[in-house]
Design a protein around this ligand. Structure first.
Ligand code: PMT
Length: 409
């Protein structure tokens, strides 16, 4: 099993929710990824699960009250805050989420969150009505805006017996989120250019041709690269999702605008990741006024757009690394390999976009990374942020390989 958290300290805060007993499983899963886990219980959390269970499981002392040994606590919360690679609050009750959002510090875990600069993961668990309440949602929004990763609760049977949204996410999903926020820093100093989202090809002032790309895949890649230390620029088509954190974003609309902005930036980038779904055809003419409805059928002439990625492949300098995507509905691997060779890519990510629940618009993706050297890596179905991490692992390995080969010459 890979251990992305090996050598890292992770603080787990367990708060007052009936799901607190699952905190033990969260600790276990985070430990499975190699982390040294330190648990802190709020007073309410300690009503649901004992410190003894968690101390035995993690091998580390468990903090409950800040006032048991105040001197020790002062030292401990600062030293843990400095050592922590991530803090995860799971389960996070409505009360915990409110306190985290407001910056209160009446329990060890909240004080630690204020004292640390480590990334924060919050996994809510509560009654569905409490979760849906505007106050809880506004607090979660504040935490998101500050960069916290919220691991959304699932829909299922709740403690009340009712079925609703508020059940703690699976412990392995929470552990994966922790691994994702702990940046390995392996793209420090690397300039990454990402294309994302769809393009819109105008027909007249109010109509356009476009596709179902949401930008989620490209934005997940951009955020993940930035977390690993890269300097990231995203050239993005129109999307309805929040801009990726810590990235410069250049908004464009058409394929030709995207091409202009990408080609302008390409010579200075080390890695290009082309996740955008660029239109292959655009209307030959754009009407100045709105097309009128008529009884006769209407024929629109389309011209092929220029292939941005192929142009970049043709201009690629030694040391630059190109990742393309291939969105296919049939002959997935064969077609993806053709694109890999034709566009002079280092890697192509083959997406089977005919599969339900993955690819365009969805939260998840699945496919293969096909490498120029012939290697084929299966990327099983997973959330797009996790999928992005896997792609970046391939990119990091590829860049290291290129550097090694250059040094040998
Ligand atoms: O945005 P999401 O909803 O999260 O969905 C993600 C995705 C399914 C859009 C993404 O994972 C994906 O597969 N993106 C590529 C979609 C696509 O246009 O594939 P393609 O096989 O048509 O193009 C191959 C490659 O050439 C792509 O890297 C594309 O960006 C690039 N291209 C295509 C046409 C063109 N004129 N210029 C290009 O650069």
């Amino acid at each position: 099993m890979s251990e992305p958290l090996a050598g890292k300290t992770v603080v787990l805060g367990i708060t007052g929710s009936i799901a607190a007993y699952k905190g033990a499983e969260v600790a276990r899963r985070v430990m499975d990824l190699g982390a040294d886990v330190h648990v802190t219980l709020t007073r309410a959390g300690a009503e649901f699960i004992t410190p003894l269970t968690l101390r035995t499981l993690t091998g580390n002392p468990v903090t409950v009250s800040m006032f048991d040994a105040p001197d020790e606590w002062q030292v401990k919360h600062v030293s843990l805050a400095e050592r922590a690679a991530a803090v995860v609050v799971a389960p996070a009750s409505a009360d915990a989420i409110a306190k985290l959002a407001l910056g209160l510090a009446d329990e060890f875990v909240y004080a630690l969150v204020l004292a640390t600069r480590a990334p924060l993961v919050v996994a809510p668990a509560m009654n569905d009505k409490m979760f849906a309440h505007q106050a809880t949602q506004e607090h979660l929004q504040q935490l998101r805006a500050r960069g916290a990763r919220i691991v959304e609760p699932e829909t299922g049977r709740l403690a009340s017996g009712a079925v609703g949204r508020g059940r703690l996410a699976e412990p392995e999903t929470i552990a994966a989120a922790v691994a994702e926020v702990v940046a390995p820093g392996d793209l420090e100093g690397v300039r990454v250019l990402v294309t994302a989202g769809p393009t819109r090809e105008r027909l007249d002032p109010v109509r356009f041709l476009s596709n179902r790309s949401s930008g989620k895949m490209g934005y997940a890649l951009a955020e993940a690269a930035a977390r690993r230390g890269a300097e990231v620029t995203v050239v993005s088509g129109p999307t309805a999702i929040p801009a990726p954190a810590r990235c410069e974003v250049k908004r464009v609309e058409t394929a030709s605008e995207m091409r202009r902005e990408v080609l302008r930036r390409f010579p200075k980038c080390d890695v290009l990741i082309a996740a955008a779904a660029v239109a292959d055809y655009a209307p030959a003419t754009v009407e100045d006024s709105k097309l009128k409805r008529g009884e006769k059928s209407l024929t629109v002439k389309l011209h092929p757009t220029k292939d941005i990625l192929a142009d970049c492949g043709g201009r690629k300098k030694e040391g630059q690394f190109l990742v393309g995507f291939a969105a296919e509905t049939e002959d997935l691997l064969a077609r993806a390999r053709e694109k890999l060779a034709a566009k002079k890519l280092d890697v192509v990510i083959a997406n089977d976009v005919s599969r339900a629940g993955v690819g365009f618009e969805s939260e998840r993706n699945a496919g293969y990374a096909l490498l120029a050297g012939g290697e084929e890596i299966e990327l099983p179905e997973m959330e797009k942020p996790a999928f992005a991490e896997r792609i970046l692992e391939v990119v990091v390995a590829g860049l290291q390989g290129k550097r090694r080969r250059r040094r040998k010459r």
